[in-house]
Design a binder for this molecule. Structure first.
Ligand SMILES: Nc1ncnc2c1ncn2[C@@H]1O[C@H](COP(=O)(O)OP(=O)(O)OP(=O)(O)O)[C@@H](O)[C@H]1O
Ligand SMILES: [Mg+2]
Length: 341
């Protein structure tokens, strides 16, 4: 049985100097139907220059988490430490430097761009607010060039652009303020498969060139294997596994992760051999309004034990820098032996 350590802020800080530390962050929504625990005690850090992948099915809380980092939502509780300062409180009153320094690219460029503004006018908005002393016309040209769009696109309207081109404009708009940190919320999921690869390539080149750090949100686990340095898996508002990408794919621990990985389509026999043994989910996906007690994954878990129905397992470090929240690893039982086979 591996040694178990709990993840503390001090430990995370010792490992490197993260640009972002999210500590036990919660976001609850009070609705007419009850309290929705969209994000329920999430902790992680993102190193400078890193791509941190956040993966999970629809409704797992990815967007809510990204929105708290970028200041669209104020967390119900917890800390968000960015460049050494706790920025969790009063999201709407963030200082100007912070609004400039953390940007977001949304999933759907069609709804995030104003149809009545030309691309130039769209790009001018953040420039006028945050970079008033710059040569704005020159900056617009430069931004278009950075995302591989021709300069004449500046005078076009969003309707005249394809989906991929619109998303490149949204990326240019996010980069207008020269941020250090960008939340990418499913930046390619609404796009045609044929342009997804191009957008990812541009994003990764920009990251290198501009020394950016990314929080990359997606439901597409196989995309993460190519772009992320580390990956966190979310399930119903909680991180259930977090590891360096290579380790994550070679040694997945949580039954949910293994379930997701075993259902990724592969082409070659070599890839097939690397996949974990197929794990079939048992129950239905629960909603955020009625989160099952104990481990929220237990109704779907083929290895469920009694303890899973009542006690929520903590996120423990089970191998160096590999965190997993699952009783299989902390309880001596037959299910664990069956699981490891
Ligand atoms: N403003 C809100 N008010 C009430 N409930 C909300 C709000 N925003 C999100 N939720 C709920 O919180 C839960 C998490 O939603 P969220 O959008 O963060 O999930 P997600 O992982 O981004 O899903 P998707 O993959 O579909 O984008 C869901 O149950 C959602 O209905
Ligand atoms: Mg989302």
């Amino acid at each position: 049985m591996p040694l178990v350590f709990s993840m503390t802020t001090e430990k995370m800080e010792r490992m490197s100097e993260p640009i972002l530390i999210v500590e036990n962050v919660k976001k609850y929504f009070n609705t007419a139907r009850g309290i929705i625990k969209a994000v329920d005690g999430v902790s992680f850090f993102v190193n400078q220059g890193e791509v941190f992948g956040v993966v999970g099915e629809s409704g797992s809380g990815k967007t809510t988490l990204g929105n708290m980092v970028v200041g669209i939502y104020t967390p119900t509780s917890g800390k968000i430490i960015y460049k050494g300062q706790d920025i969790a409180k009063h999201a709407k009153e963030r200082p100007k430097w912070l609004k400039k320094d953390i940007q977001i690219v949304f999933q759907n460029p069609a709804s995030s761009l104003n149809p009545r503004r030309t691309i130039r006018q769209t790009l001018e908005v953040p420039l006028k607010v945050h970079m008033p002393s710059s040569n704005i016309a020159e900056r617009v040209d430069k931004l278009l060039e950075m995302v591989d769009l021709p300069p004449e696109f500046a005078e076009r309207y969003p309707d005249e652009l394809g989906g991929g081109e619109k998303q490149l404009v949204a990326i240019a708009r996010a980069l207008a303020t020269e941020p250090s940190f960008v939340v990418l919320d499913e930046p390619t999921s609404a796009l045609d498969v044929s342009v997804q690869g191009k957008i990812i390539k541009i994003l990764m080149n920009l990251k290198k060139r501009l020394n950016l750090s990314y929080m990359f949100i997606t439901h597409n686990l196989s995309l993460m294997s190519n772009v992320a340095d580390r990956v966190a898996i979310m399930y119903l508002g909680k991180v259930r596994e977090l590891a360096e990408t290579r380790d994550f794919f070679l040694n997945p621990m949580h039954p949910y992760t293994r379930m997701l990985l075993s259902s990724i389509p592969v082409i070659t026999d070599e890839e097939e051999k690397l996949k974990p043994k197929r794990i079939e989910s048992m129950g239905e996906i629960a909603g955020a309004l009625n989160i099952p007690p104990g481990c929220s994954f237990h109704p779907r878990c083929p290895f469920v034990m009694d303890v899973c129905r009542s006690v929520d397992p903590p996120l423990n470090e089970l191998a160096p820098a590999h965190f997993c929240s699952c009783h299989l690893y902390t309880t001596s039982n037959n299910a664990y032996d069956k699981y490891k086979k």
